[in-house]
Design a protein around this ligand. Structure first.
Ligand code: LLP
Length: 420
């Protein structure tokens, strides 16, 4: 579900024609819909019914403070993977006691910052990290609640690059080692082990691997308890897929809620999840303008002013993003195979190859759909291109929630050494 639709022949974000935004702010520009964010957050809550589940929004999927604040206002916490993300989440209004710190390599400085902020939980991924955290927290006079991210050896997700649950991946800790670390943690100062976490991948449509990972967790809880350990919390990670193509159905959220209820609820633990994409993907679009069209070797190209530095998912994961013309095409217009590219000096800067679509003329506005997750948050300055502007729409109101980067912000801090 998304609040980006054609009305009177023009693409709207909620009640705002996106052309108005493009004309005032320029392109490329990300446009987020507050109503769509709220809808997806509430759909997750509805699927979980009366189960008491804490939702820690995976900030990496969309880092904009306005997005985080919109979700925080609905009660969301934050799943973070760096000091920067923790700082962002707190700045956007997420209470530290709702912040989870995940990630496979946290520096001492990051651990110090997290502990000093009294965050809800740190997800531990190695023995070294456990021992460092114990030292850091002891030094700061704190006791940090931790869970161990276990690796269930279950493959899942929309692409190899975003599958994290296989035993040979860099993520998590094997079952055997997790038992050792749990026992070890109970002997250490500064840390209190309270449970386990999993995260097996992203863009997961098929619920079977998630179910398998949850069953793995449930068995571990029983085994840990049988050995006298206290387990009071489970973090089920993120990974639920968003719909990028109407023809491909998304995960059945109600069925997923039932799986959580059947497998996790009977364990009498606090339950947490870390969803990102399912909340943000369809709440954002990337507005772009065509610069030129050209034909080469029998292939028709449209060159946009947006590039792989703005939206890297097609280049990096062969990801599909629907592309719509902002002016609704007249029904019955012939579709042509069209290759959509950006202006960056790499063949990889390609959004779609030979996609069947209505012709795009030069200087025409287009929109990449479902670009709210891992869009702006993965953007870069490659080719010295400024980071795109970000706008949020709420009903008939809209605001720039991050202006387009200036050239001075890109290279103004650089220095040319005067070696003499
Ligand atoms: N929790 C952990 C520990 C994670 O590593 C991730 C995502 C999430 C939660 C949120 O997953 P989600 O619900 O969004 O699937 N850049 C890639 C996706 C990378 C996902 C990384 N981890 C893409 O554009 O497809």
């Amino acid at each position: 579900m998304r609040h980006f639709n054609y009305k009177n022949g023009e693409l709207y974000a909620e009640n705002v024609p996106v052309r108005e935004i493009a004309e005032k702010v320029g392109t490329p520009t990300y446009v987020y819909s507050a109503a769509t964010l709220q809808h997806h957050f509430k759909a997750l809550q509805a699927a979980l019914g009366d189960l008491n589940v804490k939702i820690a929004f995976a900030v990496k999927s969309n880092t904009n403070s306005a997005v985080i604040a919109t979700l925080a206002a609905l009660g969301a916490g934050a799943d973070t993977v760096s000091e920067g993300e923790i700082r962002r989440a707190i700045r956007a209004g997420v209470a530290p006691e709702k912040i989870v710190f995940s990630g496979v390599g946290k520096t001492v400085r990051e651990l110090e910052y997290a502990v000093s902020q009294n965050i809800h939980q740190i997800n531990i991924e190695s023995i070294q990290e456990l021992e460092t955290l114990s030292e850091v927290a002891t030094r700061l006079g704190k006791i940090q609640k931790i869970v161990f991210r276990v690796n269930p050896d279950v493959a899942a997700g929309g692409h190899d690059k975003i599958s994290t649950g296989k035993k040979t991946s860099k993520f998590g800790i094997s079952k055997e080692r997790a038992f050792e670390l749990y026992a070890r943690a109970e002997t250490l100062n500064g840390v209190e082990p309270v449970g386990l976490a999993v995260h097996i991948g992203s863009q997961i449509i098929d619920l079977a691997p998630l179910k398998q990972a949850y069953e793995f967790l449930a068995q571990m809880v029983k085994d840990l308890r049988a050995n006298g350990h206290k387990v009071s919390r489970l973090d089920l990670g993120g990974g639920l897929a968003a719909i990028y193509q109407e023809e491909i159905e998304g995960p059945d959220l109600i069925a997923w809620g039932k799986i959580v209820r059947a497998i996790i609820h009977p364990l009498d633990v606090e339950i947490e999840i870390e969803p990102g994409r399912i909340i943000t993907a369809n709440a954002g679009i990337l507005l772009a303008r065509s610069i030129v069209t050209k034909e080469n070797g029998g292939r028709d190209f449209v060159v946009l002013d947006a590039a792989m530095n703005d939206l890297v998912r097609p280049a990096f994961y062969e990801a599909y993003h629907q592309l719509l013309a902002v002016k609704e095409p007249v029904k019955g217009t012939n579709k042509m195979p069209t290759t959509i590219v950006g202006p960056i000096c790499e063949t990889g800067d390609t959004f779609a190859v030979d996609r069947l679509m209505e012709p795009v003329a030069p200087d025409e506005l287009v929109a990449f759909m479902s670009a709210g997750a891992y869009g702006f948050s993965m953007a870069s300055n490659y080719n010295s291109r400024p980071l795109a502007a970000e706008v949020m729409v709420n009903g008939d109101k809209w605001e720039i929630v991050r202006p387009r980067q200036t050239y001075d912000e890109i290279f103004g801090m650089e220095k040319i050494p005067d070696w003499k």
